[in-house]
Design a binder for this molecule. Structure first.
Ligand code: IVH
Length: 663
């Protein structure tokens, strides 16, 4: 197949699989197979810049760094919807419409997604522009960011109009927020509070590569243009689905306002089961001719209305503010509440986030507070009933010392949280370290839980992770509540964990910023713990996905003797410190050499060459320095790199010379 044909084939295949995965939720091939097709296309596109296509599936990974967003005027104003909060309002709406028409008409009921509205323009089946709502008349051009959202088609299929707009909502599924927060917590950062604001913030990031990492999604609910396929709203959306858009399947047509109310009740009850947040129901007139007849007020269409669910808020008494110490020493203030029913669960505790939050809301013990479970996953205190406040109440004084070990807390510039730095002997930090180590995603140790860890620490049987592997059945049997069988299970669980692969052991160590993904990247790249321990800053940041912050943290961790001793002890106990990925080394021709690859090559791709360097014992480094052995240069290597190599006396080697070296 000629490159031109192969490129066209791959682009089609990849869009098909994107659609299967992100729109239909029914992937046909594995992630691995997808990645392989994608990298093949990336390679081909690098070699055939003349075949560039701004809507190729490769463009979804981002890469462009924007210096801002341009304001663009909307072709059709982006209006909002009138709100109602009661069945009575809805009946009034129904009466108004009935006065305007004699015909039988239908309503379309849809969920009201709590995200950011977006307007997409397509021309000849290609996405050409994505605008935010802005002030309704003009919005920001966020096309580059929107292209990274996999459920938004870049190219359409079927019989679409030549030019049209389609509007919808970009949102972050709850699972997406949880996933992002796991990483944030891992990095010692404050977790994002709600999906809506996080989605909104994501869409306004300037680094498109960062946007691509956010698991954003998009439902479309409104088609606009001159040549729409049908004169009903419902059928237009079904057509748009055929063109490749993600159209909600929850939408329903109803003939009477009473049926609309049944739809509303159904979703008010079920809304917490949805994988994303909704804040109400949107009711639209289905017939587009009738819509046009009814027209708009200054702010909103007369043919549609939104029914907002009641904000789920209750008031209760804040009995006590306590403080939690996390594994990293971060302090989180917690509101202990008089138990209250909220959104189907009993709430006893709510997060107060940090000192600033307490000060901002002037929250005090004994206050009557309002607790809300809106977009947030954990309920939060949103305000205080000042009138109900006790006359003698005093402002909250944030703690200055660790509630557990009494060490003075520090709050570094730029941090939102206070920290206890006594990692060595602060009990919750020690316990947190163990809990992290034994957790499912790390060593997954059967037969060992938080309570047993507590007991073992109390009895002085463990103080470092490595002590776990020195335990014997006889040590744990005398402990309270540990029967023969549990003791056996614990020892067996520990033994079994010795086969847990290196990357999970590395994750289990709890090095700051080394979450699951980073641990995998490090293990895959360096293969052994020794290689990680000896890696310097330069080698570390040359690894894809490893930035300064992670590199510094890893280097700091292994610069401490106690951590080296820990690794030695764990090694002696037989844990995995070598990656099991098969050995692909082919020779040692490049042993000890530090090589920079730059430019475009004829025979092999840049990635293939980098792989070869490693297979023959060399190291890929990112930038040219005195310690670089040589630069493997292809065509159009940047002039500044060339100059730098020459001034430092670093050899420049071409592809043929390189291949000769390793043969
Ligand atoms: S239709 C002219 N349908 O709600 C009417 N809007 O308060 C266009 N929204 O700005 C909007 N779900 O961001 C429509 N199913 C839905 C919606 C929806 C959420 C948002 C949208 C709009 C806001 C209006």
């Amino acid at each position: 197949m000629k490159p031109l044909e192969r490129i066209a084939f791959l682009r089609k295949e990849l869009s098909k699989h994107n659609h299967a995965y992100y729109v239909n939720d029914a992937p046909v091939i594995s992630d691995f197979e997808f990645d392989q097709l994608l990298s093949e296309l990336q390679e081909l596109e690098i070699h055939h810049p003349d075949l560039f296509d701004k809507n190729s599936p490769t463009q979804r990974v981002g890469g462009e760094v924007l210096d801002g967003f341009t304001a663009v005027k909307h072709n059709y104003r982006m209006l909002s919807l009138g709100n109602t909060y009661s069945p009575k309002d809805l009946h009034d709406f129904d009466v108004r419409i009935n006065k305007l028409t004699d015909d039988n008409f239908e309503y379309v009921c849809e969920l009201k997604y709590d995200g950011i509205s977006i307007s997409l323009t397509y021309e000849n089946g290609e996405l050409i522009q994505a605008l935010t709502r802005g002030d309704g008349t003009q919005g920001d051009d966020v096309t580059a960011n929107v292209k990274t959202i996999k459920s938004i088609p870049l190219k359409l299929k079927g019989d679409y109009p030549e030019k049209f707009e389609i509007r919808g909502e970009i949102f972050l599924p709850i699972a997406g927020l949880v996933q992002m927060n796991e990483i944030r917590i891992e990095q010692g950062l404050e977790p994002y509070a709600n999906p809506r604001n996080t989605a909104s913030g994501s869409l306004k990031l300037l680094d498109t590569k960062e946007v691509a990492k956010r698991p954003l999604d998009c439902y479309l609910y409104y088609l606009l243009g001159n040549n729409l396929p049908s004169n009903t709203h419902f059928d237009n959306l079904q057509k748009a689905k055929e063109w490749g858009f993600k159209i909600p399947s929850e939408i329903e047509r109803h003939k009477t306002i009473n049926d609309v109310l049944i739809f509303i009740e159904k979703w008010d009850a079920k809304r917490h089961d949805l994988p994303y947040e909704i804040d109400g129901i949107v009711i639209k007139v289905n017939d587009i001719n009738l819509q046009e007849e009814m027209g708009f007020t200054a702010k909103s269409p007369r043919w549609a209305i939104s029914y907002k669910f009641k904000a789920e808020q209750v008031s209760t008494i804040l009995e006590e503010i306590t403080y939690q110490v996390g594994r990293t020493g971060a302090i989180t203030p917690v509101a202990n509440l008089l138990p209250v029913q909220l959104a189907g669960t009993t709430v006893k505790r709510a997060s107060l986030h940090n000192a600033d939050q307490i000060e901002k809301l002037d929250i005090r013990e004994g206050d009557k507070v309002f607790v809300e479970k809106g977009g947030e996953i954990i309920p939060k205190v949103v305000g205080v009933e000042l009138k109900a406040r006790d006359l003698f109440s005093q402002p909250t004084r944030y703690i200055t010392h660790c509630p557990s070990c009494s060490t003075e807390l520090v709050r570094k510039e730029g941090d939102v949280k206070h920290y206890c730095l006594n990692a060595e002997s602060c009990p919750p930090q020690i316990k947190g370290k163990f809990e992290h180590f034994i957790s499912r995603k790390a060593m997954n140790i059967d037969g060992l839980g938080g309570e047993t860890i507590d007991l073992l620490i109390q009895e002085g049987l463990i103080s470092e992770i490595s002590d776990l592997y020195l335990l014997e059945k006889e040590d744990v049997l005398p402990l309270e509540r540990i029967a023969e069988k549990s003791a056996e299970n614990l020892i067996l669980g520990l033994k079994a964990s010795k086969n847990i692969p290196f990357e999970r052991v590395l994750f289990g160590l709890g090095i700051r910023y080394v979450g699951e993904t980073v641990a995998k990247v490090l293990a895959k790249h360096f293969k052994t713990i020794d290689a990680i321990i000896t890696a310097d800053m330069e080698t570390m940041i040359a690894v894809d996905e490893i930035g300064d912050k992670i590199a510094e943290s890893v280097i700091l961790y292994f610069s401490q003797q106690k951590n080296i001793d820990l690794i030695t002890a764990l090694k002696n106990s037989g844990l995995q410190f070598v990656s099991k990925v098969e050995d692909t080394s082919k020779s040692e021709h490049l042993k000890g050499m530090r090589i920079v690859v730059s430019g475009v090559f004829n025979i092999f791709s840049r990635n293939e060459l980098k792989k070869m360097i490693e297979e023959h014992g060399g190291k890929n480094v990112g930038s040219i320095s005195k310690s670089t052995t040589f630069v493997l240069a292809g065509e159009n290597m940047g002039p500044s790199k060339k100059e730098k190599a020459e001034s430092l006396g670093v050899n420049i080697v071409n592809e043929d010379e390189f291949l000769a070296k390793i043969s």
